[in-house]
Design a protein around this ligand. Structure first.
Ligand code: K1U
Ligand code: ZN
Length: 172
């Protein structure tokens, strides 16, 4: 398993539309293993493949608390089948927009369909942080970042803050 670099704004790859996975192969599982290791190292609670430069419809997530055993989740070709009309705010972060946290309003519950690590199709409802995180990650698959929901002023400030930090780290 390999920790891969996470792309940050304004990298144009993050705006790409990810493509469906046609076959769940050993290569798909190896990519998901790398994604999980990258997410744990960051650290984060979710990661979309496009964030490591691979525009495929794949997400990994682990919402276990520190005192709980790890609970890795893998989502291949996820779809939202139903969305609660009720919305709820949550202060979100993103590994592609480090050190920026802003409130975003999203559906409180969503019904999902996806393929898991073993190639099985799953349908289930997500609520709470699970609902927030899966909607955030599925936005990545459409080239949408949580800062796209903010005012232009806040978005510009967020991108400039990340660029400045990357420059200081010598990454730009
Ligand atoms: O970049 C990403 O998409 C991952 C992102 C997921 C997310 C967080 C909060 C709301 C919606 C989506 C993160 O993981 S940001 C880091 C973070 O939330 C966190 C990091 C360490 C411990 C606990 C949380
Ligand atoms: Zn994100």
């Amino acid at each position: 398993m390999t920790i891969r670099p996470i792309l940050t704004v304004p990298n144009p790859i993050l705006k790409q539309i990810s493509k469906p996975v046609t076959d769940v192969t050993d290569a798909t599982r190896a990519l998901m293993d790398d994604m999980l290791e990258t997410m744990y190292a960051a650290p984060g609670i979710g990661l979309a493949a496009v964030q490591i430069g691979v525009p495929l419809n794949i997400i990994v997530m682990d919402l276990a608390r520190e005192e709980e055993p790890p609970n890795p989740q893998y989502f291949i070709n996820p779809e939202i089948l139903r969305s609660d009309e009720e919305t709820t705010p949550y202060e979100e972060g993103c590994l592609s927009v480090p050190e920026v946290f802003e409130e975003v309003e999203r559906a409180k519950e969503v019904k999902l369909r996806y393929i898991n690590y073993h190639g099985e199709q799953i349908e289930e409802w997500a609520e709470g942080l699970y609902a927030v995180c899966i909607q955030h990650e599925m936005d990545h698959l459409k080239g949408i970042l949580f800062i796209d929901y903010l005012s232009r002023l806040k978005r510009t400030r967020a991108v400039k803050k990340v660029q400045k930090a990357e420059k200081l780290k010598g990454n730009l």
